[in-house]
Design a protein around this ligand. Structure first.
Ligand SMILES: *Cc1c(COP(=O)(O)O)cnc(C)c1O
Length: 372
């Protein structure tokens, strides 16, 4: 066995990818002393809004706070309920909880995203919103979800932390509902060198609310017009992000190429259920934040790959939100339970080169040849 190594994610490669450019940006921003709410931030916001086709983009401290400020701008709080999938990061539900509202967890479908059929059973007189989570860089089939929200008078919001640049029917993840949010955590599709996030919306009222909330509710004249907080995106991170956004389309192409390579290598292995390949249909444009497959003998496969030097991850620490006891959100969600018994993520990001892709492919194939 070759001892080639493919880490699940290579954090320092983030910097090495564009070392020279980032070094220049760092000097430039620091020499200008441009640290808080400067032009790099507003330029990044403009470019991001244009990139995803939203009227407004507002940089905030991180993806979790983006959801919190968005929910607050809609007035969601004490006594309200928000329906969201259990297969998501704790932050989606924590944002609801920290606004004073109650998360209500729903099952996922075969695409690992919220299952639109049967959502009615989660409705109550307190339901105010449905939060779609565009997980793994895939945008859900939004048609039935938009209809569900409309039929029941609910706000539709999107946690698109993992899905910058992903599209469904030529509309970007994050732009379907009242607002959408992104995370710039380093390992995300558009990662920065620390924490960062943004909210996008086509609604001017929501945009101005969030602009106020992120900066102590100070208006343009510096007057305090209500309660707010400090939830700004650092200008330095915004400057890095503005540069990386200009390269993102190429990075997404690389991600899609790796996903296509995985798909063609594994499509004949019946023990694996794969995410749809990039060529699957014209309605979905996936950015493959993650390559989350389902596998018979998942744990043995994970161990075998570790021995081959291939880093893998079970998403969210291997627990869906309804399985995390302290959250008190237990629910009967059989498909999500099954996903958490079977799912595994392979390394997929722009720093994984062709040789590493080959090593991952041959290691997985070897496991199924040798094993069963
Ligand atoms: C990363 C992530 C978040 C949180 O983003 P942070 O920037 O880390 O606060 C929220 N939801 C999902 C689905 C995520 O993957």
């Amino acid at each position: 066995m070759k001892t080639k190594s493919v880490p699940f994610f290579n954090y320092s490669a983030l910097f090495e990818m564009y070392r020279e450019e980032y070094t220049k940006i760092f000097s430039d921003v620091c020499e200008r002393g441009a640290f808080i709410l400067q032009k790099d931030l507003s330029e990044f916001e403009e470019n991001l809004a244009q990139f995803v086709g939203a009227k407004f983009a507002i940089g905030v401290a991180d993806g979790t706070n983006a959801i919190i400020l968005g929910l607050k701008s809609l007035g969601i709080g004490l006594g309200d309920e928000v329906i969201l999938p259990s297969h998501t990061y704790v932050a989606s539900a924590a944002a609801v909880h920290l606004c004073g509202a109650t998360p209500v967890l729903a099952d996922c479908g075969n695409d690992h995203l919220i299952e639109p059929n049967g959502l009615e059973k989660h409705l109550s007189s307190k339901t105010k919103a449905i939060m779609v989570v565009q997980l793994n860089g895939r945008t859900a089939d939004m048609n039935p979800l938009e209809k569900f929200a409309k039929d029941h008078g609910l706000e539709l919001v999107e946690d698109s932390a993992q899905a910058v640049g992903s599209r469904f029917k030529d509309r970007s993840a994050g732009t379907f509902g009242s607002f959408g949010t992104y995370s710039f955590y380093p390992a995300k599709v558009l990662g920065c060198f620390g924490d960062g996030g943004a909210l996008v919306t086509n609604n001017a009222e929501i945009a101005s609310q969030v602009m106020l909330l992120r900066d102590h509710s100070r208006d343009d004249d510096g007057k305090f017009v209500g309660w707010g907080t400090n939830c700004r995106l650092d200008n330095l991170q915004a400057a890095f992000l503005k540069f990386r956004l200009s390269r993102l389309q190429g990075e997404i192409q690389r991600r899609r190429k790796i996903a296509a390579d995985y798909h063609s290598a594994f499509s004949s292995v019946s023990a694996l259920s794969l995410p749809p390949p990039p060529s699957d249909d014209s309605e979905h444009f996936d950015v493959y934040q993650n390559y989350e497959l389902e596998a018979d003998e998942r744990d043995e496969l994970k161990q075998y790959l570790a021995r081959c030097g291939v880093g893998t991850l079970i998403q969210f620490g291997g627990e869906a939100l309804h399985q995390v006891e302290v959250l008190g959100l237990s629910a009967n969600l059989p498909r999500t339970d099954q996903v958490y018994r079977r799912s595994l993520m392979l390394p997929l990001n722009p720093s994984v080169d062709d040789e590493q892709v080959q090593h991952v492919c041959s290691s997985v194939l070897d496991f199924y040849k040798a094993g069963t």
